[in-house]
Unconditional design. Structure first.
Length: 158
């Protein structure tokens, strides 16, 4: 009697291990298909060699235990050194504005390239990527910084 249960239980446990491996290894769903095959064959063995009642017990156990094992694995993976420990917060790195760029507001400079509407300009002796408000500004034109929005320095011709 125990011998009849041995292979289905082993296949069930292997199915759970394969599902956990799917969460760790990128397999494009191949491991999930393998796990479903293991669960399906295990259920087939139980229904065909033991009894229908035992087969339904295995089926219900699968429906309860597999999601529980998946949730436990997700929690364990979240605490694992293999996962990213920190998440970027919006105030920690989404803008690339240099410190002190707001001080450029009202500063004068010179367009070092044509602004169509973007290009580069020399402002206070430093080179910046700048944008005009849609108008074309030719090279060597004196410009004024009108706005600093995030990582954009907006200029207009003087």
């Amino acid at each position: 009697m125990i011998k009849d249960f041995l292979w289905p239980v082993i296949l069930q446990l292997l199915g759970i291990v394969v599902i956990i491996a799917e969460m760790i290894l990128p397999s494009a769903g191949l491991l999930t298909i393998a796990a479903l095959g293991l669960f399906g064959y295990s259920l087939f063995l139980v229904f065909s060699t033991i009894s229908v009642t035992t087969g339904f017990i295995f089926l219900i156990a699968d429906m309860i235990l597999v999601p529980v094992f998946i949730l436990i694995s997700i929690k364990a993976l979240a605490a694992s050194p293999a996962t990213l420990k920190t998440a970027l917060k919006s105030e920690e790195g989404t803008t690339v504005l240099r410190p002190g760029a707001e001080q450029l507001l009202g500063s004068e400079g010179k367009a070092t390239t044509d602004l169509r509407p973007s290009g580069t300009a020399s402002i206070n002796g430093k080179r910046y990527d700048v944008v005009s408000n849609g108008e074309y500004i030719s090279k060597d034109t004196i410009i004024i910084v009108t706005a600093v929005n995030g990582n954009r320095v907006v200029v207009k011709a003087k």
